[in-house]
Design a protein around this ligand. Structure first.
Ligand SMILES: NC(=O)c1ccc[n+]([C@@H]2O[C@H](COP(=O)([O-])OP(=O)(O)OC[C@H]3O[C@@H](n4cnc5c(N)ncnc54)[C@H](OP(=O)(O)O)[C@@H]3O)[C@@H](O)[C@H]2O)c1
Length: 317
């Protein structure tokens, strides 16, 4: 990501689950993540050119940012890109809650700028977009993106920034085989037409689409993701089996096929890696080209599963 153009690797890395590490009960994901394990993840990702790290204050209330900074410590700032968010629901009551939240994130991240700063959701586009302008002017924010915004809300945010000579350069929405609202609602088309990078999140449905979890081996009991997905795992089997079969011919796993699908749709997946082996998978996924017939087959099986995985925080697209 250099100069004025947003340029990013084919796959970005997500650190929501990293906010769990060290939490009592292992937090939202129920994963046991160690500092040394996450350093290994960073090491492997960075050496394979996967250098864009997505986080948010909302992930473990700052813990994800702190843990990420520790895992990246010692590297040259130019070697990696940071993407974090302003979450309207967590706004403080100072004069400029957007600038305040950014400053706190910069502090935790141990840096003086972020490569991409996102408005986490469209709680009030007219209120929360204008405060980004001085942050862009100061260089504390290099690029702006909006997340969980509809097509109309993206266009509104873009008009507001446009009046000051800036633009919305990126969109970040839930987009997976199971949840294709952004495609149906024309958000992907909007991004293509306006040269806006679309980042897809929860491509693996928090593990449910990796083929690693099934009714006999569910997501960690007691975690929030288990509450969402364990009851529907039995409906995903035909899809994950097909993903695994497509992957087998290419020496890849179901998760890698899901990632390759998101790339084939013209998006930049943000994958929530928690283990170094996941990074090996992403490196393989970058090289997988799915045939149109395979894509159609996977989407048909996903439709047959007939599940709604829209997050509680997401608007109808
Ligand atoms: N803007 C928003 O509102 C928003 C919302 C959600 C997510 N996000 C961003 O998008 C990122 C991705 O979403 P997510 O982390 O919620 O879910 P995800 O990427 O769909 O799934 C992550 C889970 O899948 C497993 N996994 C990851 N990579 C794997 C691989 N290569 N092979 C096999 N299993 C793999 C891990 O589970 P195990 O640990 O059990 O192995 C991990 O916890 C987040 O970290 C965050 O940065 C943004």
């Amino acid at each position: 990501m250099t100069g004025n153009t947003l340029s990013v690797p084919a796959v970005a890395l997500g650190t929501w689950a990293w906010g769990d590490s060290g939490q009592p009960g292992d937090g939202y994901f129920g994963s046991r993540l160690s500092e040394s394990g996450l350093r290994e993840v960073v090491e492997k990702a960075q050496s394979n050119g996967l250098t864009l790290w997505d986080t948010a204050v909302a992930y473990g209330m700052g813990h994800s940012e702190t843990v990420l900074a520790k895992a990246l410590a010692g590297r040259d700032r130019g070697e990696y890109q940071l993407s974090t968010k302003f979450t309207p629901q967590l706004a403080g009551d100072g004069d400029d809650p957007v600038a305040d939240m950014l400053e706190q994130s910069l502090d935790r991240l141990g840096t003086d700028y972020v490569d991409v700063f996102w408005i986490h959701n469209a709680a009030d586009v007219e209120r929360w977009t204008p405060p980004l302008v001085p942050l862009l002017r100061s260089g504390r924010v290099r690029h702006v993106g909006v997340s969980n915004h509809t097509r109309e809300e993206i266009a509104l945010a873009d008009r507001i920034l446009g009046a000051a000579g800036f633009r919305v350069e990126a969109v970040q929405n839930h987009f997976s085989l199971l949840y294709r609202g952004s495609e149906r609602a024309g958000v992907l088309d909007y991004c293509r037409e306006h040269d806006v990078r679309f980042f897809s999140y929860m491509v693996l449905e928090q593990g449910a689409l990796t083929g690693r979890y099934d009714p006999a081996n569910p997501l960690p009991e007691g975690s929030s993701r288990a509450a969402v997905y364990n009851g529907i795992l039995h409906r995903l089997k035909a899809l994950t089996d097909r993903m695994a079969a497509i992957g087998e011919d290419r020496g890849a796993s179901a998760a890698e096929v899901a990632t390759a699908w998101a790339v084939a749709k013209g998006t930049t997946p943000i994958i929530g890696v928690t283990k170094a082996a996941h990074v090996d998978g992403l490196v393989r996924a970058r090289g997988i080209e799915l045939a149109d017939a395979e894509i159609a087959d996977l989407e048909a099986l996903a439709d047959d599963a007939d599940v709604d995985t829209r997050g509680w925080w997401e608007p109808e697209m």
